[in-house]
Ligand binder design. Structure first.
Ligand SMILES: Cc1cc2nc3c(=O)[nH]c(=O)nc-3n(C[C@H](O)[C@H](O)[C@H](O)COP(=O)(O)OP(=O)(O)OC[C@H]3O[C@@H](n4cnc5c(N)ncnc54)[C@H](O)[C@@H]3O)c2cc1C
Length: 212
């Protein structure tokens, strides 16, 4: 069989690229992944499904390539986790869904990478998210494939509440939306894990394209 496009690796990037390419019914797309595939939520193993598993089970799991690296010849070996499963590293990661600061993107653009200025990237930041706290608004979208939420104040643990209050008392501003381009201060981190489910690109993007 011949394909118009072959995408190698169904990770964060590959799952999105294959999903987008296959939107055109004239194109045939083959997506190849080294790790296992779990097409439905019910089939997902707990360590991939539940966001809290990153720090523990996933480090020694077959869903992780378990690479080992050394920063220098003298440095001790360290684990370099990478996902080996549809969704790739987005299927084993920490689900912090945080945009970079605008100045960084603009600095890359100034160095000659002119597709990367913040306003251009911002279109895509909106396009990829369904922000359940801010919905369709100046800085967010409600319709993208990746579901994003923040822990609400009544869900914070006592030490988180104490940390927030201490920062406020020390003069740091409230920051209810760290993905606002001007955000600074203290507030909950946006996470792509609605109801504790890790919303990888395999869930958010690829699930829309499997029938194609
Ligand atoms: C433990 C952990 C925690 C992280 N936490 C966060 C976080 O909280 N927030 C955040 O923004 N980022 C986080 N990251 C980083 C983020 O997940 C990665 O930067 C991102 O997923 C990388 O995307 P990618 O498409 O480049 O690669 P990947 O998503 O890793 O995809 C590569 C894919 O290619 C496949 N592949 C490789 N070789 C082959 C082959 N020869 N044949 C077929 N398939 C192959 C792999 O199995 C994998 O599925 C974390 C990463 C890890 C590992």
């Amino acid at each position: 069989m011949q394909y118009d496009h072959i995408v190698l690796g169904a990770g964060s990037a590959g799952a999105i690229v294959a999903t987008r390419l296959s939107e055109d019914p004239q194109r045939s797309v083959l997506l190849i992944e080294a790790g296992p595939d779990y097409p439905t939520l019910e089939q997902l193993p707990d360590e991939v499904k539940h966001g809290y598993a990153t720090a523990t089970d996933i480090m020694v799991s077959d869903h992780n390539w378990q690479f080992v690296g050394k920063a220098t010849d003298k440095a001790p070996e360290m684990m370099v986790p990478r996902g080996k499963v549809t969704g790739g590293s987005s299927a084993i990661n920490g689900q912090v869904f945080l945009r970079g600061v605008p100045e960084d993107y603009d600095a890359w653009a100034a160095m000659g990478n002119d597709e990367w200025h913040f306003e251009h990237c911002f279109e895509y930041f909106r396009k990829i998210e369904a922000d359940t706290d801010f919905g369709d608004s100046d800085f967010h979208s409600a319709n993208g494939p990746i579901i994003v939420r923040r822990f609400q104040r009544d869900e914070w643990l006592p030490d988180q509440r104490a940390f927030y209050n201490a920062c406020r008392a020390a003069g740091f501003p409230d920051s209810p939306d760290h993905n606002h381009p001007d955000a600074t201060g203290i507030g909950p981190v946006p996470c792509n894990n609605p109801n504790g489910i890790r919303w990888s690109t395999a869930r958010g993007d690829l699930s829309q394209a499997r029938h194609r």
